[in-house]
Design a protein. Sequence first.
Length: 275
Amino acid sequence: MEIQIDVILLAIMRTIDILKNNVFLEHVAILQYLIHMFLIKDEKLRGEIEEIAKEEMKHMHMFASRAVYLGSQVDIKSVEDEVKDCDDIVKLIKEDIKAEEEAVEIYSAQIDATDDDITKKMLELIIEDEKKHKRIFEYISEELEKNRQEDVIDGAVNETVAFLNYLLKERYIKIVEIVKDFINEKDTSRKDFNLYKAIENMKLMGKIGEAMVEKGIPVCFKYIKENLGTTNIRNMDDIMSVLNKFASKERFMEAYEKDIKKERGFTIGDLTSQE
């Protein structure tokens, strides 16, 4: 009897490892696709990538929820260092195609590696989604190749670009913290509240990204370390243009005031007071 229990536990642990690995893979895909979305001006193509990112969010939630159901905690950390960015967008979309191909390959192998029937069914459904995503990215790649000059963001890199990337990254890190709490929370009311907070922060991140697209400002997190100074922020008009995209500047300031690092030597209040 003990041997049989050990075998069952090992099978459950193997499935949990698979699920947690897939949470990580889906998380990387979500952030990578959102960043790539913000590098394209064409609204239709951006919308296609946004829908893919939303489906990847569902996949991530499905994998994480199953892992929690099987008795595991799911640790979600920021993955910006894993993301392919800061390159020609056509090359980046080809990386997205490759990512979808790898996902299909990995998930297909996992079907035989788990004894959990629900996880098997989940993988089968998600594999079909990933195949569809690959076809969509192939279409996007073709469209970008035909309209490279019109559709690709190509902004100059300076402190303004770095600062707005900093704001975008701060929202992403906040979302990661909230989603981790949401996935592992057992209390239904707290879970609902965390979901609300996550959605609101995703909207805020989306508004920052959309405003950057409108101004032709490239999204690339590595610009933060390379170009963000302490108090010398160039082109204040660009920053104010982004800030003014929000329905309530006060709400924006409140959300960020606590997040700005002290060593930067400035706050959102300092910036908005220069109108």
